[in-house]
Design a binder for this molecule. Structure first.
Ligand code: FES
Length: 180
């Protein structure tokens, strides 16, 4: 007569461990390719997604054909212990360029980092520190400007009447736009 209360023998333990290995191996075979496909098609999944973007204003605050307006960029900073909302991380100029399109420029001068101003009279940007001048689209407007590159344009998206910006700072004093 068999005794069911007897401890599992080596054969039974081997069977359980082999079965577990097969199940886990099978899961790995299925999960890995699916995860890979999700990564490959991630940009498609994110179309219209505001992750990584910061809301800066509503479209209604920007008249069509109007001048650029300056807005602070407030972001959420998270470290291992804290989450702090509405932390100022910079500022941007936003100009409406069409019914649902905007142009966004980082307000920091690419020369040495002063804050660029907008001159309504000349419809252009200027930096008070060393007199760099920029056109409405951020291009260098004066060849004598010490700035080594145009103002830094930022990726932006209009969604549900709100303007979202991928805020980024870039290395100062460099002719190349290098994220920092
Ligand atoms: S910091 Fe703007 S011109 Fe020098």
């Amino acid at each position: 007569m068999l005794d069911d209360s007897s401890p599992a023998g080596p054969d039974r333990r081997n069977f359980v461990s082999k079965a577990a290995s097969i199940v886990l191996g099978g899961l790995a075979v299925i999960v890995a390719p699916v995860a890979g496909l999700l990564t490959v098609f991630d940009p498609l999944r994110r179309k219209g997604d505001t992750r990584g973007l910061v809301r800066v204003t509503s479209l209604a605050a920007l008249p069509e054909g109007g001048e650029p307006r300056k807005f602070p960029v407030l972001d959420t900073l998270v470290d291992a212990w804290n989450r702090t909302d509405n932390v100022p991380v910079g500022s941007v100029y936003v100009q409406r360029t069409g019914p649902d399109t905007v142009r966004v420029l980082n307000s920091v001068c690419p020369h040495l980092g002063c804050s660029v101003g907008f001159n309504a009279a000349t419809r252009g940007y200027f930096c008070p520190c060393h007199k760099s001048r920029f056109a409405l689209d951020g291009a260098i407007a004066d060849p004598n400007s010490p700035s080594p590159r145009a103002m830094d344009a930022l990726d932006a998206m209009v969604k549900d009447g709100e303007v979202w910006v991928k805020f980024q700072n870039f290395r100062k004093g460099s002719p190349d736009k290098i994220p920092v």
